[in-house]
Design a protein. Structure first.
Ligand SMILES: C[S@@+](CC[C@H](N)C(=O)[O-])C[C@H]1O[C@@H](n2cnc3c(N)ncnc32)[C@H](O)[C@@H]1O
Length: 178
């Protein structure tokens, strides 16, 4: 987080508040997530060098940059975002901060995640689903781990050859997964 400084990923109006441990508005009803929550999610994701990672709801691009730090060397990160204007912002932010700006793309209508690039070793979801989306579980490698807010709680989902195991780690609020 010190290397991928949050202020690069915030609009000018809230850049002075980068150090606040709070979600901050980035426009289009989206937020740059709370740093302590992002740290918890990345720790639970257990992501490391060489992993291929999908960042669903990449918003400002901050989580994409953090993931790019964590998968180096040898890994790859793809971010997907439903709001095209935010993808443009994320690309500009990633470039300004020295990260790969081609890593983020606009979600295809009616498609959750990036099934054409699956499987992923890790999937980070920063928007809250009403129930666990099977489309994203299907995009996990075996073994693979996904961290996703589902109906008010944060879940860690492990996919193994033997099956899918879900664990709830506490109550969290996020913008809705559309
Ligand atoms: C909490 S915000 C952004 C978090 C982001 N990781 C960051 O740190 O800036 C969650 C984002 O999920 C996006 N989103 C909601 N549903 C989505 C979907 N089905 N596919 C991709 N992005 C989605 C929203 O537009 C929003 O930008």
């Amino acid at each position: 987080m010190r290397r991928a400084a949050r202020h690069y990923f915030l609009p000018a109006e809230v850049r002075d508040e980068a150090a606040l441990d709070a979600p901050l508005p980035i426009g289009y009803d989206a937020t740059c997530s709370q740093p302590s929550t992002v740290a918890t999610m990345l720790t639970l994701l257990d992501v490391g060098p060489g992993h291929t990672v999908l960042d669903v709801g990449c918003g400002s691009g901050w989580t994409t940059a953090l993931l790019q730090e964590l998968v180096a060397p040898g890994g790859a990160v793809r971010g997907v975002e439903i709001v095209p204007e935010l993808v443009a912002q994320a690309r500009a932010n990633l470039e300004a901060a020295g990260y790969d700006s081609d890593a983020v793309e606009v979600a295809a209508p009616g498609t959750l995640g990036l099934p054409e690039h699956a499987p992923f070793d890790r999937i980070l979801v920063s928007a809250e689903a009403a129930s666990l989306p099977g489309e994203l579980v299907d995009q996990l490698a075996e073994p693979g781990v996904m961290v996703i807010p589902v109906a008010g709680t944060l879940e860690v989902v492990h996919r193994e050859r033997a099956g899918v195991h879900r664990r709830s780690v506490g109550a969290y609020r996020f913008v809705p997964l559309q």
